[in-house]
Design a protein around this ligand. Structure first.
Ligand code: LMR
Length: 349
């Protein structure tokens, strides 16, 4: 770490001298970081929609604090949690306009700009986190990432949240047909919409920060989310029943504005990449732990009735949802599905 700081110092000093020799009034990268004013720091604004003590919130804060420490205060990552700066529907545009420089939306939300990403929303597509990460590192994942790049977005990593569970107000959901007639809150993804419409539910695309209030006012009956998202927003206090179905993965793509990224000095880019790779490893561990922990808490709280799907029931659910795969194939071809680790009728990567 000392070597990195030293290199930073040397690069910053050299840049300072070059710029001064060129006759400029002020260096772009001052050398004495302790004395920097707000304007002289490199500020990266990172906006997200969940609470601070969630897998994403915790990792964003850790990233910010490590960047500050490792750049001697030169790089300041300002984290804005809980949709305080931009809501779900706004943050992608704010990133493109460089009003913020970093976001970490759920994969379901990037489908608004690269619809093929909805492959990640296919029900029961992944059985484990390892499968998800292997898929993203594989050929299809890399193609999906390059489609983001074509939209002016650099993907700097992937963070986990967890697998989604179903909650409902009035009765337990034991079979897919039980969702008939329910108003279900979903994230904005056509595949998730298909998943629920298939069994006669009304899928309602709603921003995350509106879910509690919409449940409270009875505008929606049910929803799907990870354990930590359910408990951190107290959604279980407005729902009587939960089905532990693990029917879909919810994880995040770490995105930075491409122009901003390409403008950064190599040294800064390397520091960001190294730090994020370390934080991502840590993040995945705590995400898995936190979701297990929140499930145990709900199992003990007597505040919601919990049903666990057996392996046999899961198998039946999976078969029942197979038309959603046909829907995806119809729109984007079979390629991305065939390379799912689960081998839904295709070859492994
Ligand atoms: C949701 O909208 O339910 C989630 O995407 C929120 C999040 O960022 O985890």
């Amino acid at each position: 770490m000392y070597a990195l700081k030293r290199t930073f110092f040397i690069v910053m000093s050299s840049l300072g001298i070059i710029v001064m020799l060129a006759g400029c009034q002020q260096t772009r990268y001052p050398v004495d970081h302790e004395q920097l004013s707000g304007e002289e720091r490199l500020v990266i604004r990172f906006s997200h929609v969940v609470g601070e003590d969630t897998p994403k919130g915790l990792a964003a804060r850790r990233f910010a604090s490590l960047m500050k420490e490792r750049s001697d205060g030169y790089i300041e990552v300002q984290v804005f949690p809980n949709s305080m700066l931009y809501k779900d529907g706004e943050e992608m545009e704010a990133l493109s306009d460089n009003d913020i420089q970093m976001i970490a939306p759920a994969t379901s939300k990037v489908t608004s700009i690269v619809p093929e990403w909805s492959v990640m929303d296919l029900p029961f597509a992944f059985d484990s986190y390892e499968e998800v990460h292997a898929y993203i590192k594989g050929k299809t994942g890399q193609e999906l990432i390059s489609k983001l790049d074509q939209q002016g977005l650099v993907m700097l990593g992937m963070w986990d949240n967890g697998f989604k569970q179903l909650t409902n107000r009035d009765f337990p959901i034991n079979e897919p047909t039980d969702i008939k007639g329910l108003n279900m809150r979903i994230m904005p993804s056509d595949i998730i919409e298909q998943q629920f419409n298939l069994f006669g539910a009304s899928a309602v695309k709603l921003d995350f920060d509106n879910v509690f209030q919409s449940l409270d006012e009875g505008l929606i009956d049910a929803q799907e989310n990870t354990m930590s998202n359910i408990t951190s927003k107290s959604l279980h206090y407005r729902q009587e029943y939960m089905t532990v179905s693990n029917h879909g993965y919810l994880g995040y793509v770490l995105l930075m504005n491409k122009e901003f990224w390409e403008d950064l000095p190599d040294e800064v880019r390397s520091l960001i990449e190294e730090t994020l790779s370390e934080v991502s490893e840590w993040q995945q561990e705590i995400a898995h732990k936190l979701n297990d922990q929140e499930l145990s808490k709900l199992e003990e709280c007597n505040c919601i009735e919990i049903t666990h799907l057996s392996d046999e029931e899961k198998q039946q659910w999976e078969e029942a949802f197979s038309p959603v795969y046909d829907f995806y194939r119809g729109r984007f071809g079979a390629k991305n599905i065939n390379s799912l680790p689960k081998i839904k009728g295709g070859n492994k990567e």
